[in-house]
Every structure is written in structure tokens, then in C-alpha cells.
Ligand binder design. Structure first.
Ligand code: SF4
Ligand code: SF4
Length: 325
């Protein structure tokens, strides 16, 4: 099946020379996404073709080198992406970006929409987590709060330096990923991570209908593989499409901000408001988890001050003695 698809996208299977040359033309554009063009001479005839068929029969697609081209709808067909291409772009990341996340603890009321959106995107079972919400309490006399905890995408990641086969790696855009085609399941990285951010797949992956022939995408980590490790990916696949991560978009309470440190800006996934990253952190005393370890996380937290809700009685830790923070 993969071979068939490779042939379709490369344009080598047709003996027809006009068709073949048109395909080479399209190949030079490097069409991306789930579609590429086949058949017909419409691309060459430009505006004449548009007049004849009308705008409803045409569709605009973006090429890899960011050119907008218009092609007939009838010439769109699904292709399966090539594993090596996905692995290569997965290592390169997105040029010019330094992704960063901010989590506002004052707003989290344990809706867990972030958790379920992540599980759904990555074919995880209800007891498998890339992000989880924890109940935290600093001392017996302080109020408890909820803390969403994904991988911290450390700039100095101990998980990466211990991997013996270069399966887990740090990209220039700040994201730490795992290539499950390389992972041998030794679990050194799980032991090295001080944030308990990684999980081991003990079971065969959860199968999702329609994904049987899906190529493994290192940016989505789907399909999962038994005997390998996975974790939060900052939704690298969504970032490639210009979208916010799954968890960030799913939160109904405005807990998550996500953005680019190079631009000093982050966007709230719920309100869609954009803020200056440096001001948000400075004005709210933003901090990172266990900075003394030197791991330099790319996830920042805003403390649970002036929280917007009462902590639910039935979820309070047993030793909680105060009514409010
Ligand atoms: S949080 Fe853990 S898994 Fe994530 S980058 Fe840091 S050390 Fe690695
Ligand atoms: S479990 Fe996989 S990713 Fe982790 S250290 Fe071993 S080979 Fe590397």
C-alpha cells in the first residue's frame, strides 16, 4: 500500500508523457498536505481553464515553498506520506521559532479537557497520559490547587543525553521529540527525566479505524508502538499547520498560553488574546519547575494567586486545614 502511494506521488507510474511532464511540474512545487495533483493539462492552461470550468471547480493549495497555486478539484487525491520525509522534517522543526508554553494555575479547575484532547489526538487510553492534572499543596496551611503537567521541553534535557540510540532529540525550535522507529525501549530516558513526563507502552497500540495504513509521524507519534516510550510533543503536528496545541485549544478556562519566545508573544488558547511573554511572566511572577536542576524548561507557570474558584471539597487533600489561600 505504501509502495503504491509512493508511486502515485512520484508520478512514475504513467506512460503518458504529457501527464508525466505535468506531474514533474507539480513535483517541482513540492505540494504538501494530504493531497497532490494527478492527470489533466489544466495547470498549463492557466486563466483559460479557470474561465471554462468556473471557480467552484478549482481549489487553492499551498506548496512547500509557500506558493499558492490553484488546481482542479478533480485532480486531488490522497497520498500516504513517506516515513523518511516525516522523520527528516520532524528532526528539523519549524525554522525561526522557539516554542514556549505558559500555564496559569489560578485558572485551572481540573476540567481535564486538555487531558482528553491529548489522549484523543495520540490514540492514548484513558489511563495513558502525555499531560495530566495533579492536585498540589505546598504545605498544610496553604490551599491546594490543580497543576497541568506536560513534558517541560527542557533546553538542557537529561532524557536526550542518556538515550543510547539518538531516538529522542531536541529540535532547534525547542521541542523534544522521540522517534519510535529508533526507540529500543531501554527506558533510560524515563529514569533520567526529573519531571516524570514520559510513559512506556506496555500494550499493543490502540487501533483507530481508518489509520491502518498511516505512516508513522514523529511529530504526532501515531501509530504508537508497543515497547517504546512516548510523551507530550507540544503538538508539533498542529504547530506545523499554524494551529495551537490540542491541550491549549481544548481548555475552557483560559489556563494555557502558547507562543514563540523569539517573537516574545504567547496566545491564550481560550480567549485567543495575545500577550507579550516577558510582561506576562514578570507581572505575574512566572516560574519554572525545579530550576535548580539546570534543565531549563520551556514551560512556565503562573502561581495560583487570586484564584477564580473555590477548590472542590471532595477533591481536597486530607491534610488541608485552611478554607482559602
Ligand atoms: S520534562 Fe523530562 S522528558 Fe521532557 S524534556 Fe525535560 S527531561 Fe526530557
Ligand atoms: S527508551 Fe527509547 S527514547 Fe528512551 S532512552 Fe531508550 S531508546 Fe532512547
Amino acid at each position: 500500500m505504501k509502495e503504491e502511494n509512493k508511486k502515485k506521488s512520484s508520478g512514475d507510474e504513467s506512460g503518458d508523457s504529457a501527464r508525466s511532464s505535468r506531474r514533474n511540474f507539480m513535483k517541482s512545487f513540492g505540494l504538501i498536505g494530504a493531497a497532490t495533483a494527478t492527470g489533466g493539462a489544466a495547470i498549463y492552461s492557466g486563466y483559460k481553464y479557470e474561465k471554462k470550468k468556473g471557480p467552484k471547480d478549482m481549489v487553492r493549495v499551498l506548496t512547500e515553498d509557500n506558493q499558492l497555486v490553484e488546481i482542479p478539484v478533480s485532480e486531488i487525491e490522497k497520498v500516504t506520506s513517506d516515513l523518511k520525509v516525516l522523520q527528516s522534517r520532524g528532526r528539523q522543526g519549524i525554522a525561526g521559532r522557539r516554542w514556549v508554553m505558559v500555564i496559569d494555575l489560578a485558572k485551572c479547575r481540573n476540567a481535564r479537557q486538555c487531558v482528553t484532547a491529548c489522549q484523543s489526538a495520540h490514540n492514548l487510553r484513558p489511563y495513558e497520559y502525555h499531560i495530566n492534572t495533579l492536585i498540589m499543596q505546598e504545605s498544610e496551611t496553604t490551599a491546594p490547587y490543580f497543576m497541568p503537567k506536560p513534558c517541560q521541553h527542557c533546553d538542557n534535557p537529561p532524557c536526550v543525553s542518556v538515550c543510547p540510540v539518538d531516538a529522542t532529540f531536541k529540535r532547534p525550535d525547542g521541542i523534544v521529540l522521540i522517534d519510535n522507529e529508533r526507540c529500543i525501549g531501554c527506558r533510560f530516558c524515563i529514569a533520567a527525566c526529573p519531571y516524570s513526563a514520559r510513559m512506556f507502552h506496555w500494550e499493543e497500540p490502540k487501533l483507530v479505524e481508518g489509520q491502518e495504513d498511516l505512516s508513522y509521524d514523529v511529530e504526532l507519534n501515531v501509530p504508537q508502538r508497543k515497547g517504546t516510550v512516548s510523551k507530550c510533543l507540544f503538538s508539533a503536528d498542529r504547530l506545523r499547520e499554524g494551529q495551537l496545541p490540542y491541550c491549549v485549544s481544548a481548555c475552557p478556562n483560559g489556563v494555557f498560553y502558547f507562543g514563540d519566545e523569539n517573537e516574545d508573544s504567547v496566545t491564550n488558547g481560550t480567549t485567543k488574546e495575545t500577550h507579550r511573554l516577558s510582561s506576562l511572566l514578570e507581572d505575574n511572577a512566572g516560574y519554572r519547575l525545579m530550576p535548580e536542576l539546570g534543565t531549563q524548561p520551556r514551560v512556565y507557570y503562573l502561581p495560583p494567586k487570586n484564584r477564580l474558584f473555590e477548590f472542590p471539597e471532595d477533591q481536597k487533600p486530607e491534610n488541608h486545614t485552611t478554607k482559602h489561600a
